[in-house]
Design a protein around this ligand. Structure first.
Ligand SMILES: Nc1ncnc2c1ncn2[C@@H]1O[C@H](COP(=O)(O)OP(=O)(O)OP(=O)(O)O)[C@@H](O)[C@H]1O
Ligand SMILES: [Mg+2]
Length: 387
């Protein structure tokens, strides 16, 4: 798919923007702080309902305004749809397709993009929560129904935690434990679905990550993925990931559900003491390894970069493989400045055949000539001239 037209109102530093985009590469250039990232962030939001930079939507509404609008005309196979979201400071966000209201959380069904930015280095070096978000965003893009499963799991988790806390503060009553059993079953059912979906995804992603890592780095360092499952760990401690809890390959739902139940039974005392659910997909991790070592503690800066980039390119490849609406729009925010000449060239080769690639750069010459097409210059939240 491609975005043929983008309109922004009061989004970040854009009062209003009205921009035609082309198939193939589109390059946004401008000095630091002018709005290049803001522009591509708006499209990232349409497909993930989140920003790669902030965890709340408020920061994306222009200072002093109450709401922001992102509207994109998206084309695939000669058909066009209008995808729109309104971010509101004081009320719920709203989404529309072809001017008709839809549930906001259904937006990713209509537009898919894969964004890579310097912040993604945290996928390799940062906390597990970022890697869980990476897996879940990709799951939702691939199987939109999963957004419901994830939302339900989070709700059940919250309610179960509330119950554990209240049981702790009021002394544990038998009656309350009965309710806990009901929540346990729902937690296990939804959690198992999420664990299995993530592991299927990781199995599919892993060879693509290896391939893209080699393509970008120019070297085979055996980049591999597996999943850490907290329900299999001997201790419920996030920081002490246990090798035996690492799984790869497809997992059988029955086995997972059984292990989940067993872990909850084993930890019931501890959970009641701490007032917290200690195992489940909210405590899992995506394990990245290079040459058999965990990338998190061992990879160099350049290797971490290549790994993060490989994760995103692999996502885009997996998405395009199954998509009935064409390729995801590939977004490369400020990537080329970080790469040496040969990596720049290899990356340009790796993205060349995507239907649409949006690139930002502060320095025009950092971008390989093959990608320096459809240049748009940005200054202070405005397009200054289409060069
Ligand atoms: N909610 C907001 N309202 C108004 N302005 C904002 C808002 N959020 C960010 N900005 C402004 O947007 C600018 C940053 O834009 P952006 O991050 O897109 O820059 P950039 O062109 O990508 O720069 P760089 O080359 O440094 O990455 C900053 O000047 C910032 O103050
Ligand atoms: Mg930027």
């Amino acid at each position: 798919m491609i975005v043929t037209h983008l309109t922004l109102s009061d989004f970040r530093n854009y009062t209003s923007l009205d921009l035609e985009l082309k198939a193939g590469p589109n390059l946004f250039v401008g000095s630091n702080g002018q709005g290049k990232t803001n522009l591509v962030e708006s499209l990232g939001y349409l497909s993930t309902l989140g920003s790669h930079r902030v965890s709340t939507d408020q920061a994306m509404i222009r200072q002093g305004q109450d709401s922001a609008i992102v509207r994109a005309r998206v084309a695939h196979d000669g058909r066009e749809i209008l995808v729109e979201v309104q971010l509101n400071r004081a009320s719920a966000n709203r989404a529309q397709i072809n001017r008709g209201a839809i549930k906001t959380r259904d937006l990713p069904r209509y537009f898919s993009s894969v964004l890579f930015a310097p912040e993604d280095l945290a996928l390799v070096r940062g906390e597990p929560s970022g890697r869980r978000r990476f897996m879940d965003e990709l799951l939702v893009l691939r199987t939109p129904r999963m957004s419901g499963v994830i939302a339900d799991y989070e709700r059940v988790l919250k309610q179960r935690n509330t119950l554990l806390k209240s049981a702790r503060s009021s002394g544990i009553k038998e009656g309350q434990l009965g309710t806990l059993d009901i929540w346990d079953e729902r937690l296990v059912a939804l959690g198992t679905e999420l664990i299995v979906a993530r592991s299927t995804l990781v199995t599919e992603l892993s060879p693509e990550v290896a391939r893209h890592y080699e393509a970008v780095a120019g070297d085979d360092h055996s980049a591999r993925l597996s999943t850490y499952l907290s329900i299999l760990a001997s201790t419920p401690d996030d920081e002490m990931q246990d090798d035996r809890a690492t799984a790869s390959g497809d997992l059988a739902p029955e086995t997972i559900a059984e292990s989940f139940r067993a872990a909850l039974a084993r930890l019931r005392r501890t959970e009641l003491d701490r007032g917290l659910t200690l195992v489940g997909p909210h405590r899992d991790d995506l394990v990245l390894s290079l040459n058999g070592m965990p990338a998190r503690g061992y990879a160099s800066h350049g290797e971490s970069w290549s790994f993060a980039l490989a994760l995103k390119l692999a996502s885009a490849t997996v998405l395009r493989r199954e998509s009935s609406v064409g390729d995801p729009v590939l977004i490369l925010d400020d990537v080329f400045a970080e790469l040496d000449e040969s990596r720049r060239g290899r990356l340009a080769g790796a993205v060349a055949d995507f239907e649409q690639v949006l690139i930002t750069a502060a320095v025009f010459d950092d971008v390989p000539t093959a990608l320096a097409a459809n240049v748009v210059r940005i200054r202070a939240g405005e397009v200054v001239s289409d060069a």
